[in-house]
Design a protein around this ligand. Structure first.
Ligand code: ADP
Length: 630
């Protein structure tokens, strides 16, 4: 799924024809805007070709007086007979063309920018929604900064391509075709010379594209790594400060920034060599058009070309060659941005099409009421890339309403076992069942509706206490909120906060203590009123006094529902109906507190650690167990 440095480039594997994919899915329904954008692009390019053409005719007819004043597509009867009349007609045509072209340009800008804004919005929200359905393993493999960069930079890249470069590209093609046709009609021999510059410029652009492509890839990867590093360091600033590693981290940031600078410089130095080349080709085209055309004008037909050339036609040619080649210079830029947009689209589509996600909204069984029977049948699981299995052939039946304590040394697999029930991950072997249903057959949202999970590291979002506790439920009354906070033992401190439940807790809840965060997380689970409650070391950050309060309150909540309590403090699970002891991913003991103590196995050892009877531990226990936290 990802390559070795964990970058999102791995997503490209799933991104066949990304632009076509995005167009098919996100340009539908924009028919009228596309039509308006296309038509106004063609119309404005055509209108902007008119002045040079009419000026050439006026120059010959009015100033040189070498031919009569006649305009193609305009009946002779419409043309004034006086010189002054013909002069003002010329002025009128030139100004009207520019005026109408500016209206067309406005319409083009309106239509194409509308599409670009709507599409970037749709793509971003769709990408975000898809990201949310990814298996958790996806987030283990991809760094936050890199995922952010798809949702932000890549989507923006696509937007700027749609709103600017796409229309420049279309305009360039339309201009080249219109001017090509008119100049060929005016003087095909000179036109062939002038138009040769178009493929030359095209070839130069193509060469550039070939060279720059891999360099842009490096730029993207290095900016991704830089973002990831910054994100990490801002998140971990407490660790950096407390360990005094500011210098070390500053060096690492400097290194990442330097990589980015070199990659960027590499790309830029290729680019800045390219543009002068374009200017040279353009100048050459302009010069040769003047030289050949001027010579033929001065010395007549037969001197170089078989066809003669008037001064007016020469002026038209010179004006056109500017109009033709100047946008061709931009063609490189358009291709350039197309490269960026294509790479961005690859990553976006890669994310949209990332397979293996835990998502079965359409096909899964929807759960109605849930009794709360959970069973693990010979379940095994290993994290992606891990050498050892984390869960090793676990079988466990839990009755509805039963409270099960999960204990064992750190890293034994307690949390992982629960993640398989919640379907943050799926078992590799065996089956996890809820009320007899294989959890993989259930609709994920429907499954999660019945589960309340208070994790080891409760995550609070930047927002108020109310928003965090009622998280996503809009119809929670003040009374319900207060009741939930009381049950979780959180009411006392919340009511003392400046704005009570409306107090903003700060990003990730940094303004609260660990214990306070934990209690809010418990209140969140309580308010959800799930059939199955999971407390993952729910009281680990809580001081002893609070723990008693929480335990007493949670006991109330636990009563009628299936509950899993993952605990390091064995006192937390002392009263559980059953205690399951895990070691190295396998169930090694089950029983009540008393039964396990008398069995004198791992649980009894862990218990001795907690009550301070370290001397009576068997030899080797301390070495093999990284254990309980009190
Ligand atoms: P416990 O809850 O018993 O402390 P865990 O279930 O959290 O244990 O972890 C069990 C093992 O799985 C540990 O060795 C841990 O390092 C590993 N582990 C946990 N989460 C991940 C992950 N996202 N990716 C890879 N390995 C993991």
């Amino acid at each position: 799924m990802s390559n070795s440095d964990g970058s999102l480039d791995g997503l490209r594997d799933h991104a066949d024809q990304p632009m076509r994919y995005l167009a098919r899915h996100y340009l539908r329904g924009y028919g009228p805007e596309l039509l308006l954008g296309g038509v106004s692009t063609v119309v404005s390019a055509a209108l902007l070709s008119v002045p040079a053409f009419v000026l050439g005719i006026a120059l010959d007819a009015l100033f040189q007086q070498t031919r009569p004043f006649a305009l193609p597509l305009v009946p002779n009867g419409w043309i004034p007979t006086t010189v002054a009349g013909q002069f003002w007609l010329t002025v009128g045509i030139v100004t009207t063309s520019f005026l109408l072209a500016s209206v067309a340009t406005y319409l083009r800008g309106w239509a194409l920018n509308r599409i670009a804004q709507d599409v970037q919005h749709d793509v971003r929200t769709a990408t975000y929604e898809e990201m949310q359905t990814q298996r958790l393993a996806f987030f283990d493999d991809h760094k936050t900064g890199e995922i952010m960069s798809v949702l932000n930079n890549d989507v923006n890249q696509l937007e700027s391509f749609l709103s600017q470069d796409l229309q420049s590209g279309v305009r360039i093609v339309v201009t080249a075709v219109t001017i090509g046709a008119i100049t060929l009609w005016l003087h095909w021999q000179l036109a062939l010379v002038t138009l040769t510059m178009v493929p030359l410029l095209g070839y130069a652009s193509y060469q550039f594209q070939q060279r720059i492509e891999p360099k842009y890839g490096d730029v993207r990867s290095s900016v991704g790594r830089l973002n990831a590093r910054l994100e990490n360091n801002i998140g971990g600033i407490t660790v950096i400060k407390t360990f005094g590693r500011e210098g070390y981290e500053a060096d690492r940031v400097e290194e990442a920034s330097d990589d980015y600078r070199s990659a960027n410089w590499d790309a830029i130095s290729t680019r800045i060599k390219f543009f002068p080349t374009l200017v040279l080709i353009t100048a050459f085209g302009y010069g040769i058009t003047f030289a050949l055309g001027g010579w033929v004008f001065l010395f007549g037909e037969g001197s170089i070309f078989t066809l003669g050339l008037s001064a007016g036609t020469l002026v038209t040619f010179l004006l056109y060659s500017r109009r033709l080649m100047y946008p061709m210079q931009q063609f490189g830029q358009v291709l350039n941005n197309y490269q960026y947009a294509y790479a961005a689209a690859e990553r976006i589509v890669g994310l949209l099409r990332e397979p293996d996600r835990i998502s079965d909204r359409e096909t899964g069984v929807e759960l109605g009421t849930v009794a709360g029977a959970v069973s693990y049948e010979n379940v095994s699981f290993a994290y992606d890339g891990a050498e050892e299995t984390t869960i090793d052939d676990v079988s466990l039946d839990v009755e509805p309403g039963e409270t099960v304590g999960l204990v064992g040394p750190t890293g034994a697999g307690k949390t992982t076992l629960i993640k398989l029930l919640v379907r943050l991950y799926d078992a590799d072997d065996g089956t996890v069942r809820l009320d007899g249903h294989d959890v993989r057959d259930l609709q994920v949202p429907s499954l999660r509706d019945h589960l309340g999970y208070v994790s080891q590291e409760p995550f609070l979002f930047g927002g108020t206490v109310r928003e965090n506790v009622a998280y996503g439920q809009t119809d929670v009354t003040d009374d319900q909120l207060e009741a939930a906070l009381r049950r979780a033992g959180a009411w006392e401190f919340v009511s003392e906060l400046d704005d009570g439940v409306e107090t903003v807790v700060g990003e990730r809840g940094v303004k609260l203590s660990g214990g306070q965060r934990q209690r809010l997380a418990i209140a969140r689970a309580v308010l959800e009123d799930p059939s199955i409650l999971i407390l993952d070391e729910a009281t680990s950050h809580v001081d002893n006094e609070t723990e008693v309060v929480v335990q007493r309150n949670v006991a109330e909540v636990v009563d009628d529902r299936t509950t899993f309590v993952i605990a390091h403090r064995l006192s937390t699970v002392r009263d559980a109906d059953r205690i399951v002891v895990l070691d190295d991913g396998a169930v090694v003991e089950t029983g009540t507190h008393e039964e396990l103590l008398s069995a004198d196995g791992l649980y009894a050892d862990l218990w001795r650690v907690q009550v301070g009877e370290v001397e009576s531990l068997p030899d080797g226990f301390v070495e093999t167990s990284v254990t309980a936290d009190d």
